[in-house]
Design a protein around this ligand. Structure first.
Ligand code: ATP
Ligand code: MG
Length: 137
């Protein structure tokens, strides 16, 4: 079965909706296979989002991601990568479908509560960024 990397971003942790976000994943067929809370350094956030380093929002995004703790998870399920992104909703919460996490909780394009891998190759890279094989159940 497919695995994907999920992050509950600083805004989601501050809003006290860790449980609600995980509830939605579990209710929609995803299973938590690894989970950890951490407070990234600026360098760790820059490394994670290196794919966006030429984008105008890179510095602000990496500041945001290291501003307070996040929850990182490996989620597993049938088509976990696209299923997770469906549950999250569009990057811009104003374009997100009703009933999605971002539609219900995001407050800006940047502060959009959750991250989810976008393809099998990025999922494998992102999972390995935070977890070793022994961490994944
Ligand atoms: P993520 O990678 O976090 O799951 P995504 O794949 O939907 O989100 P990306 O295009 O990969 O979106 O952008 C990564 C993150 O950068 C977004 O989730 C958002 O927090 C931030 N971001 C993207 N576009 C903008 C923008 N135009 N202005 C500010 N922040 C942005
Ligand atoms: Mg992305």
């Amino acid at each position: 079965m497919e695995q994907t990397l999920s992050i509950i971003k600083p805004d989601g942790v501050k809003k006290n909706i860790i449980g609600e976000v995980i509830r939605r994943f579990e209710a929609n067929g995803l299973t938590v296979k690894a989970m950890r809370m951490l407070h990234m350094s600026k360098e760790e956030a820059q490394g994670f989002y290196a794919v966006h380093k030429e984008r105008p929002f890179y510095d602000s995004l990496t500041d945001f991601m290291c501003s307070s703790p996040v929850v990182v998870m490996v989620l597993q399920g049938e088509n976990a990568i696209s299923l997770n992104r469906t549950i999250m909703g569009a990057t811009n919460f104003k374009e997100a479908d009703e009933g999605t996490i971002r539609r219900d909780y995001a407050t800006s394009v940047e502060s959009n509560i959750v991250h989810g891998s976008d393809a099998p190759e990025t999922a494998a890279w992102e999972i390995a960024y935070f977890f070793s094989a022994l961490d994944i159940m």
